[in-house]
Design a protein around this ligand. Sequence first.
Ligand code: 3HC
Length: 315
Amino acid sequence: MKEVNISELERRFQEKIDNDIRIEPKDWMPDEYRKTLIRQISQHAHSEVVGMLPEGNWITRAPNLRRKAVLLAKVQDEAGHGLYLYSAVETLGADREQTIDDLHSGKAKYSSIFNYPTLTWADMGAIGWLVDGAAIMNQVPLCRCSYGPYARAMVRVCKEESFHQRQGFEIMTTLAKGSPEQKAMAQDALNRFWWPALMMFGPNDADSKHTQQSMDWRIKRHTNDELRQMFVDATVPQAELIGLTVPDPDLKWNEETGHYEFGAINWDEFWEVVKGNGPCNKDRIDTRRKAKEEGLWVREAAMAHAEKRAKRKSA
Ligand code: 3HC
């Protein structure tokens, strides 16, 4: 077969990207494309799995059976999203055990938002409404990501995400229309989760080291700031609808641009949390490490069972 040089391979690759032809696992791809997808998809998977912890904390304390069943279903969905995404990252040649060890060692990141504590039941509403709302804003464009397995995983994830966002907003609506104490609890949760939710979209475009390349490779379809703006524009009217106040004195509607202007994000806080110095970082990783250790016997039993069945089949 005629040798094709790298620059020709890169040209053909970018031509596929520019023509919205999906890149599949067996296709040639630049090492850097593979690397940035392993980085992003693995950290996305870690975010889903660590994201189970703040909400899992409230399953036993849900106010009634319906709320408990809904929260259980949501947390189970997040586990499934994580497993989906770990499978997607394996299609790029990443080793799952190593990927998970990178989370436990602190080498890999996960979304900063999950390092904040969940102090009241209203936080379950704020997380569903704001965190899953932000996740949807970010994940819907990922359904058109140039890498096939990631885009297809996102289609399934987004269907479940919209249920997550709706159940969260319903909790906030119920509390906001409840007693003065319930409304105060909802407002407190909004106050604590609003700015960390804006940080989920990543640093400003000017400070984002990956965005331009990810846009050129059509991994990202919108920049961090574009998605953040879309989230603010969609969410502020929802807060107003239920009589809650977004904790930003600089928030104002700009008739000319058709967007909300909002205040400055505390990027020092963001980078401190990303670096591991958030309120719950240590607790989250300790819990994940403990889950891996305590689950070892289940994995060993499942492997032994699978090997026995394979032996029986081949006998
Ligand atoms: N938390 C932690 N780290 C973050 C971050 C955040 N909110 N935002 C950015 N970073 C990190 C990046 O990972 C990168 O570090 P790295 O090079 O070590 O990976 C660095 O900050 C620079 O940021 P960039 O904007 O240049 O990086 P990206 O181009 O990767 O953009 C992103 C960051 C927007 C999070 C992008 O990776 C992305 O879209 N990821 C997929 C979606 C995702 O992971 N969402 C997280 C939440 S999942 C969730 O909420 C589940 C829901 O069910 C609850």
